[in-house]
Design a protein around this ligand. Sequence first.
Ligand SMILES: CCCCCCCCCCCC(=O)SCCNC(=O)CCNC(=O)[C@H](O)C(C)(C)COP(=O)(O)OP(=O)(O)OC[C@H]1O[C@@H](n2cnc3c(N)ncnc32)[C@H](O)[C@@H]1OP(=O)(O)O
Length: 206
Amino acid sequence: MSAVTTSEVGHDQVAAAAELTEATRRLMLAAATTDLDPDEVRAAGRAMDALTRTLSARSRPRALRAPFDGPADARAGGPDSPWRSFAYNPQAFPLEMHFDGRSARARTTANSLYEGPPGLVHGGFTAHLLDSLLGTLTQSLGLRAVTATLDLRYLAPTPLDVPLDLHARVVDTTGRRTRAEGWIEHDGVRTVEAHGLFIDITGRTR
Ligand SMILES: CCCCCCCCCCCC(=O)SCCNC(=O)CCNC(=O)[C@H](O)C(C)(C)COP(=O)(O)OP(=O)(O)OC[C@H]1O[C@@H](n2cnc3c(N)ncnc32)[C@H](O)[C@@H]1OP(=O)(O)O
């Protein structure tokens, strides 16, 4: 297995990776929205390439990731002990989740990097957010389960640059099957809802 988890590297290296991931997200947004002159934009691109060479001097085969038990450990700390998803992968949309019983919640804001229709969040990213929240909620309950189905209803546009509240709960578990549901709301208006089926893969090696 090529994945390296945070439990296998030093504490300071984990902290540095999280800081670099956040800096990369800020860079991505700045690159997407810069209004500098063409020469300045090209110079910035060359500076970024130099940084890429620096970081690539020693690489892992995969992005650093959290251990499987991470969400369950956060749950044990109670609703005030958050779990941060995708803390080491700048491509993914991160979420700070709070678990309470068989429920989870998170609050986030989607910036311009996640735009689909003008001024609105792309539906693929809201699906990503809901799959993350539902999947991590099941994981926090000790289930080693993957998404078999995720049914989405896009009820209303989801706006960029405003607080979004996400909720999820496990509906039931029967044998290997766990059903979970969740939704995104803004200002009390539900914009997307999801129903997911998660299948336990305990014993499977990959
Ligand atoms: C180490 C990693 C840690 C896990 C780390 C988890 C991290 C969080 C994950 C985040 C969420 C994701 O993105 S997960 C990534 C996206 N999802 C995937 O890649 C999953 C790809 N699909 C699969 O691997 C497979 O198709 C499975 C596991 C879903 C099912 O295959 P299987 O294991 O052979 O099981 P199988 O016997 O066919 O089915 C078991 C039971 O589930 C039902 N079932 C199966 N698929 C479906 C379905 N689509 N719709 C309805 N029902 C279904 C069957 O009818 C059966 O019911 P019964 O006869 O028992 O009643």
